[in-house]
Design a protein around this ligand. Structure first.
Ligand SMILES: NC(=O)c1ccc[n+]([C@@H]2O[C@H](COP(=O)([O-])OP(=O)(O)OC[C@H]3O[C@@H](n4cnc5c(N)ncnc54)[C@H](OP(=O)(O)O)[C@@H]3O)[C@@H](O)[C@H]2O)c1
Length: 267
């Protein structure tokens, strides 16, 4: 049985990956912080006919937990690693405490670096292995947001691009794909208290579809995946249109005209 490790596997896009891979017969290691949610997901997947579904409670923003997970992955390297767990800060920098910003970097960047560093030597030695790093469409071009979230995800894009072009990976059948989803209906926005109720319906993607497209594109050998035609057009524009044209399209979420940002509460 092929083995996949999915971080952030109890909800949203990570859970959708888990369902798809379970249906394909993968043995799964499911990582998130909340033990009860992990056990629920693992038992549902097992009942649905998955191979082994092993829950692992770890806070990947913590240096101790992520090092422990990395050690385990070094010893038992999966066929597929999905670095999906992530968080966002909707408020503009520097309105949040520094600890919150560091937590975001620890989870969105440092944990991905650690886990990828842990699995690559064995994947290269075996001559096979796949990694999906979950970024975001908002990390492309000038979509500034005024927050550090796109910057953290832009690191994943540059990381993936740089490794993808490395001679060693290309010649040893090890693939890294960066996934850039658009707005996807998940718990992320409720968790991070970001009011998205004013976003138009057409902007929303379904997490199940995002995971299905990502797995399809991984198997087609793509190194970057942007699910949804609308978002492919948007990301193409953000990448290729002249900066002068895009200057006014930069999204400063802190600007009052952006209705979907929750107004700060005044004590
Ligand atoms: N939803 C979107 O519109 C969207 C768009 C673009 C990109 N993305 C990216 O897609 C990825 C998944 O997002 P989602 O929307 O599916 O989020 P979600 O529904 O909030 O799920 C997040 C998952 O990550 C786990 N998690 C959170 N913090 C963790 C930590 N410190 N250590 C370990 N696990 C942790 C959560 O479980 P616990 O809380 O129990 O740990 C949960 O399983 C993220 O990287 C996000 O940035 C999302």
């Amino acid at each position: 049985m092929p083995h996949a490790v999915i971080t952030g596997a109890t909800s949203g896009i990570g859970l959708a990956f888990a369902r798809h891979l379970a249906a394909e017969g993968y043995d799964l290691t499911l990582i998130a912080r909340t033990r009860s949610a992990l056990e629920d997901v693992a038992s549902v997947l097992r009942r649905g006919g998955a191979g082994r579904a092993t829950p692992w409670s770890a806070d990947l923003a913590s240096a101790t937990d992520s090092a422990e997970v990395a050690d385990h992955l070094r010893a038992q390297t999966p066929d597929l690693l999905i670095n999906n767990a992530g968080t966002l800060i909707p408020d503009p920098f520097p309105d949040h405490p520094l600890e919150a910003e560091e937590h975001l970097l620890d989870l969105n960047v440092r944990a991905v670096l650690r886990l990828t560093h842990a699995v690559l030597p064995t994947m290269l030695g075996r001559g096979s292995g796949q990694i999906i790093n979950v970024s975001s469409f908002c990390s492309v071009g000038l979509s500034a947001m005024g927050s550090t979230y796109p910057a953290s995800k832009a690191w994943l894009n540059a990381f993936g691009q740089s490794l993808t072009h490395a001679h060693r990976l290309r010649t040893r059948n090890v693939r890294i794909m960066t996934l850039l989803p658009g707005f996807t209906r998940t718990d992320l926005f409720a968790r991070t208290q970001w009011n998205t109720s004013h976003l138009p319906t057409w902007m929303w993607l379904d997490s199940d579809r995002v995971a299905a497209v990502a797995l399809r594109d991984l198997r087609r050998g793509r190194t970057v995946c942007v699910p949804g035609r609308r978002y492919r057009v948007v990301t193409w524009g953000l990448r290729h249109l002249p900066p002068a044209l895009l200057r006014h399209a930069g999204w400063d979420w802190s600007a009052p005209r952006h209705l979907w940002r929750t107004p700060p509460t005044v004590e």
